[in-house]
Write a protein that binds this ligand. Structure first.
Ligand code: VG1
Ligand code: CO
Length: 558
């Protein structure tokens, strides 16, 4: 059982993005490719004598990657691996395991909501001992190592059986295979009012629930919580058998890719529907006739948390959102006199604030919602948070069934409404995307858009008040992240944001985020697309986006 040193050459482009290294499976399958990146992780974090957590969403190529990581980890002196049974751990479950068992860090095998299978995506991401994604300083180090690597260490052992719970030896390293779901259920039971939810669901059979796992990792978690713990019928679950290729679908919980859920909710008049993504960190809340934008979702949760959810009964430490997310949560923070933060895209920026005790609840417009119970966003947590809030709201008003739509409208009554939408232009040419960014950059530099007035076909007009790049200084460690998005702000408080995706596996993806606030009651029931029509027209006109990207329409609108 000797350690071998295998010589290798660097591969280009092993740069971890917003959420780890994501590439086509075929790229990871190249000889030495995965090995190089794993060795680069170990060279950067020095795991000698430490315990690491290992697991992922079970997508195609996961088994091979688990085996490779065990072999390279053993050769690099990792003392112990805690592995989810069959290599399965949702991203939030992995974050919890790292924290609960005080591991040194963890390796998560997922490309999140990207499609899986031999012709689609795989990903590897490293999380720190706080359970959160590695900060840029660490991922930069990994990337630098991938560029100079000449060899990796490996112990060539036959694959370990990870389908059985228990501890065994893998060369010099201990491997403990654990139940993928159990600790996570315990975690949520310590956060939410399960007796309240259970009694509400049992005494209100009209309040039916439908959870769609999109064939991602959350199926078994959802079954354990919704069926086994809360007593809902099996019919409350759909697409909850995890599949390595997600059944050929796109495991992203939004109106486009979770259309099965939307259809079922509308056809069967289901009051409460929800979905989660491939690795379980995203969520969508969708009630009959009521799509909840993620920006609104986190604001509603923040508004009710202290009153309805036991975990928050001591009060909120702070609230936060990523920069492109709408300001809905800011209004809640202001009303409650709670500190709030605006951070760059990506969950790692929230982690520092949580570790410093400054943040309780936060969210991203990209269907990410969570709290300081772990250091990742948490899809199932968000769904249960809504259930908890609705159970509580119904206890407060026993004579009328309070649903998702009522809760949203009440929220708008209290705080006003922020219309929000995101346009994604996926896999456009990097050249076109670069030109778009450069042109807007020039406007920002020269201030050439400021005070200009633009007319829309809706009869509205928008005057630019400010244009700038979003730069962020972390209030805790003072690290600076520059150029996190280009912002065009208008005099009525509306804004448009442009950013390049950091998670794409091919070409460039441009995201345009559009936001407009209203406290005109007549608009509270309006369709988002209608509310934003004029502003979107103006945004496209100002930037010349269609010409630069050679795309008439976005790939996805959320
Ligand atoms: C996207 C989202 C971002 C999210 C990230 C990871 O990043 O916009 O909000 O944090 O995905 O989510 P980008 O750089 O492509 O815009 V997940 O569920 O893929 O871990
Ligand atoms: Co995800």
């Amino acid at each position: 059982m000797s350690i071998q040193e295998v010589s290798t050459k660097p591969f280009e482009g092993q740069k971890p993005g917003t959420s780890g290294l994501r590439k086509r499976v075929k790229i990871f399958q190249q000889e030495h490719y995965t090995e190089n990146f794993v060795q680069a992780i170990f060279d950067s974090v020095d795991p000698k004598g430490q315990t690491l957590v290992l697991g992922g969403d079970g997508r195609y190529f996961s088994k091979e990657a688990v085996h490779t990581i065990l072999k390279i980890g053993a050769a690099n002196g990792v003392a112990k691996f805690i592995v989810g049974k069959d290599g399965i751990l949702s991203t939030p479950a992995a974050s919890n395991i790292i924290r609960k068992y005080k591991a040194y860090g963890g390796i998560l095998l997922t490309a999140s909501h990207n499609p899986g299978g031999p012709n689609n995506d795989f990903g590897i991401k490293y999380n720190m001992s706080n359970g959160g994604p590695a900060p840029e300083s660490v991922t930069e180090k990994m990337f630098a190592r991938t560029k100079e690597i000449t060899s990796y260490k490996i112990i060539d052992l036959p694959p370990l059986d990870i389908s059985k719970i228990g501890t065994s030896k893998f060369g010099p390293t201990e491997v403990e295979v654990i139940d993928s779901v159990k600790d996570y259920v315990l975690l949520l039971e310590g956060i939410f009012d399960f007796p309240l939810m259970k009694s509400f669901l049992q005494t209100t059979p009209d309040f039916r629930v439908l959870f769609d796992g999109l064939h991602g990792v959350t199926g078994p978690y959802a079954r354990a919580i919704f069926v086994e713990t809360l007593g809902l019928p099996e019919a409350a679950l759909q697409n909850c058998v995890p599949l390595p290729d997600f059944g050929g679908g796109h495991p992203d919980p939004n109106l486009t890719y979770a259309h099965d859920l939307v259809e079922a909710v509308e056809a069967k008049n289901i009051p409460f529907g929800a979905a989660s993504d491939g690795d379980g960190d995203r969520n969508m809340i969708y009630g009959k006739n009521a799509f909840v934008t993620p920006s609104d979702s986190v604001a509603v949760i923040a508004d009710w948390a202290v009153e309805a959810i036991p975990y928050f009964k001591g009060g909120l430490k702070g609230l936060a959102r990523s920069m492109p997310t709408s300001a809905a949560i800011d209004y809640v923070a202001k009303a409650k006199k709670v500190e709030y933060y605006e951070v760059p895209t990506g969950w790692k920026f929230f982690g520092n604030l949580m570790d410093a005790g400054k943040l309780s609840i936060c969210g991203e417009e990209s269907f990410g919602t969570g709290s300081d119970h772990i250091r990742e966003k948490d899809g199932v947590w968000a769904v249960v948070a809504w259930l908890n809030i609705l159970a509580y709201a119904n206890k407060k008003s026993p004579n009328k069934l309070v649903g998702v739509k009522d809760t949203l409208l009440d929220h708008y009554e209290k705080y006003g409404r922020s219309f929000f939408s995101r346009y994604d232009y996926e896999e456009v040419s990097s050249d076109g995307a670069g030109k778009l960014v450069a042109a807007l950059g020039k406007h920002i530099e020269e201030g050439s858009l400021v005070d200009k007035k633009f007319e829309a076909s809706t009869g509205e007009s928008f005057t630019v008040s400010k244009t700038f790049n979003f730069n962020y200084t972390d209030p805790v460690d003072k690290s600076v992240s520059k150029n996190q998005g280009q912002i065009v702000q208008f005099s009525d408080g509306s804004r448009v944001v442009f950013r390049l995706s950091g998670t794409g596996s091919q070409g460039a993806t441009v995201r345009m985020y559009v936001e407009k606030y209203t406290n005109d009651k007549k608009q509270y029931g309006m369709d988002t697309a209608e509310g934003l029509k004029g502003l979107i027209e103006v945004a496209l006109k100002i930037t010349n986006l269609t010409a630069f990207l050679e795309r008439e329409k976005p790939t996805v609108i959320t």
